[in-house]
Design a protein around this ligand. Structure first.
Ligand code: SF4
Length: 702
């Protein structure tokens, strides 16, 4: 913990979507501490959070603007960016300019980038790496509830008598939340883990269902039928608060007619399926938490709705200890959703398709119009770059040359793009290698603003370190470019508080009170109030509601036109990247405990490399013997001309025929261990989220 008397700042961890409060010191020799007063973590930190002070050094930082390999001043850099955007707009139209943003950005940075793109350049082509993370959950929420809303709060994960974790290795991906789930175990509490792999999270499980990858909709469709057959429905809730139950049940029965069929399709023991169904039926306080194993799929949205269907059918939404719960991957994926950072949204949770949202937003921003309609989602955006339709691409705070599927083709697209602008705090990444213009952005500890975690809780991320060299905050960089483009009046911000107030006011603008995302209670914050802002869950209504909202839809009224939730009829869609003769192994990708994303920051903390120091391939013992692989030797996974090379680890935690590889290594650290060369650019047709959890390859000794 921090030494007594040492100056300290209360801020927020920049890694996962748990959004833990951190107490940090400007003296970075002092270890950070968990913030005991922050509701998300109540003083806890995982090892990544506890190592934050080790990652604030300047080694490897991007410290000044660079234009085509040469150091430049800010005036020149801003002028070059504005010139590239203006030339492309004039010659090829606004849609030739695209922004690829990040769940690492603060809400204020995100807001300004979205406003410049959609309101002033008028390109709809703004998307974010949150597309890879939870866009399927977003789409499922919108289909079911009428808006992208997580109805519950973290406390529900502790209050639940049955905790179902679907496609989530929370022990490694959301470690502090997992600790909360673990310590909250009460007498009789049960945990079911649904995951093809036996992960660290499975240690908490009373029942682990290692289902065949991609069959989650079958399991939950079977559950819906079981609930209907066994008197497990809350018929009054369905009648008064929902629509579409009959169609959803008919589809569920067709896809999963009985337990025997479910067991066969999911490759699970019949008695285990029955046990899960019995527990779910008999436990009113049930939470189903889901994450990337659900979202990163060609049926990600359907999987989310198959889960929500079962909660609606039992009236278990927005109640203490009961509800579906999407675990967000990134620290500010939720904040990006709030400002409209996804290509299919406009701003402040307003879509393009609502009748007057475009004129409302344009009026609020003081511009004559905004972009016409939805833009290209991440995978399609990079395809448009490859085709030459997008000619100026501005990437902020993310590393798509490693993180997007088929990253070999993404690198080709970046090489073909006439102007690639990258704002980042790190100088050498696989993406900055393709930049024509590099802009040095503030890192954690230097930047100031807000983030929103998985339970809709807005927290301040406060600065406590000076900006090094010529580094600037993202909002300043974007506003400066906007000014150079001739939009200075609309981007006249002096500080993040100015932007936050505007963001909050937009959420409440013109009948904002009717929208679920509403920050009216924060729109009048003074600078001092913003500095002192305590963590708060949206919506934050003015007046009595200014304290925030833990649970939503508690009265069974949703945000659809008729205030009824929608059941969604779900058919079975299996993974598109099927194992086949040439590529017989199923590749499961995922996080390891101590690294974050593409390791550009966490690799600078030596102790975070101790847990897993090199890329690996986990292989079932049967496959080890069959393929003549040796423990500790190198193995090679191959798809077409691409390879992933890693240390072979024998592990009975996989299903035979399936391997697990980590997503983190980039080409700077291990040129042949980039997981995304093995996942193809296939996406969920509703959400556009890539099938990143499921690839295929051949496996041989290296
Ligand atoms: Fe940071 Fe997530 Fe760890 Fe909390 S659980 S300290 S937010 S990485």
């Amino acid at each position: 913990s921090l030494k007594a008397g040492n100056p300290s700042v209360h801020t927020t961890c920049p890694y996962c979507g748990v959004g833990c409060g951190v107490v940090a010191s400007p003296d970075t020799r002092q270890p950070v501490a968990g913030d005991a007063e922050h509701p998300a973590n109540q003083g806890r930190l995982c090892v990544k959070g506890a190592s934050l002070h080790e990652t604030t050094g300047h080694e490897g930082r991007l410290l000044f603007p660079v234009i085509r390999g040469h150091r430049a001043g800010w005036d020149k850099a801003i002028e070059e960016v504005a010139k590239a955007i203006r030339s492309s707009m004039d010659a090829y139209g606004p849609e030739s300019v695209a922004f690829y943003l990040s769940g690492q950005l603060l809400t204020e940075d995100y807001y300004v980038a979205n406003k410049l793109a959609k309101g002033f350049i008028r390109t709809p082509n703004v998307d974010t790496n949150s597309r890879l993370c939870m866009s399927s959950a977003v789409a499922a929420h919108k289909r079911a509830f009428g808006a992208d809303v997580v109805p519950g709060c973290y406390e529900d994960l502790e209050l639940a008598d049955l905790l179902v974790l679907a496609g989530s290795n929370a022990a490694w991906a959301h470690p502090v939340l997992y600790q909360r789930m673990k310590t909250a175990a009460r007498e009789g509490r049960r945990v079911v883990v649904i995951d093809p792999r036996r992960t660290a999270t499975s240690e908490l499980a009373d029942l682990h269902l290692p289902l065949r990858p991609g069959t989650d909709t079958v399991l939950f469709n079977g559950l819906l039928g079981w609930l209907a057959d066994g008197d497990g429905l809350d018929q009054a809730y369905i009648d008064h608060h929902c629509q579409g139950f009959g169609e959803a049940l008919a589809s569920a029965r067709a896809a999963a007619p009985d337990v025997a069929s479910v067991a066969k399709q999911c490759d699970l023991p019949r008695q285990d399926v029955e046990t899960f169904y019995r527990w779910f039926t008999s436990t009113p306080r049930t939470v189903t938490a889901f994450s990337q194993g659900i979202n990163q799929s060609v049926a990600g949205t359907d999987k989310g709705n198959a889960i929500i269907n079962c909660h609606l059918a039992t009236g278990r939404v927005g109640k203490p200890g009961a509800g579906p719960f999407s675990l967000t991957g990134q620290p500010n994926a939720m904040g990006g959703r709030e400002v409209g950072g996804l290509a299919n949204t406009l701003a402040a949770h307003m879509d393009y398709d609502s009748p007057d949202s475009r004129s409302k937003v344009a009026g609020f921003w003081g511009t004559s119009s905004v972009a016409d309609g939805p833009g290209l989602k991440a995978v399609d955006m990079f395809e448009a770059v490859h085709r030459g339709d997008i000619r100026v691409l501005w990437i902020m705070g993310t590393n798509p040359a490693v993180s997007l599927p088929d990253s070999t083709r993404v690198r080709e697209a970046l090489a073909l793009c006439p102007t690639v602008i990258v704002s980042d705090c790190v100088s050498q990444t696989d993406t900055t290698a393709h930049a024509d213009i590099l802009l040095p952005a503030a890192g954690w500890g230097e930047k100031d603003g807000t983030v929103t975690n998985s339970e809709r809780r807005i927290s301040r991320q406060r600065s406590f370190l000076p900006l090094p060299a010529e580094v600037k905050p993202d909002w300043w960089i974007v506003s400066s470019v906007a000014g150079k483009l001739g939009f200075a009046e609309a981007f006249d911000y002096d500080r993040p508080a100015d932007i936050f107030r505007e963001h909050a006011a937009l959420s409440a603008h013109e009948n904002g009170g009717e929208r679920i995302f509403n920050l009216a209670g924060l729109a009048g914050l003074t600078d001092t109030g913003y500095d002192a802002l305590e963590p708060v869950q949206w919506p934050v209504l003015s007046g009595a509601g200014a304290t925030g909202s833990s649970r939503l839809f508690t009265d069974g009224r949703f945000v659809t036109d008729d205030h009824r939730a929608r059941f969604v009829a779900i058919n079975t869609i299996l993974p598109e990247q099927k194992a086949c003769d040439g590529y017989p192994m199923v590749v499961n990708t995922g996080r390891i405990r101590d690294q974050w994303h593409t390791m550009t920051r966490t690799a600078s903390a030596p102790r975070l490399l101790a847990h897993r120091s090199e890329p690996f391939i986990e292989v079932h013992p049967h496959d080890m013997a069959r393929l003549k692989l040796l423990e500790g030797h190198l193995g090679r996974l191959t798809l077409k001309n691409d390879h992933f090379v890693g240390r072979v680890r024998s592990s009975g935690e996989q299903r035979p025929g399936e391997v697990f590889i980590p997503i983190h290594w980039n080409r700077q650290f291990a040129s042949s261990a980039v997981a995304t060369v093995l996942t193809e650019s296939v996406t969920d047709p509703v959400s556009g989220q890539p099938e990143a959890k499921h690839g295929r390859a051949s496996l041989t000794p290296f």
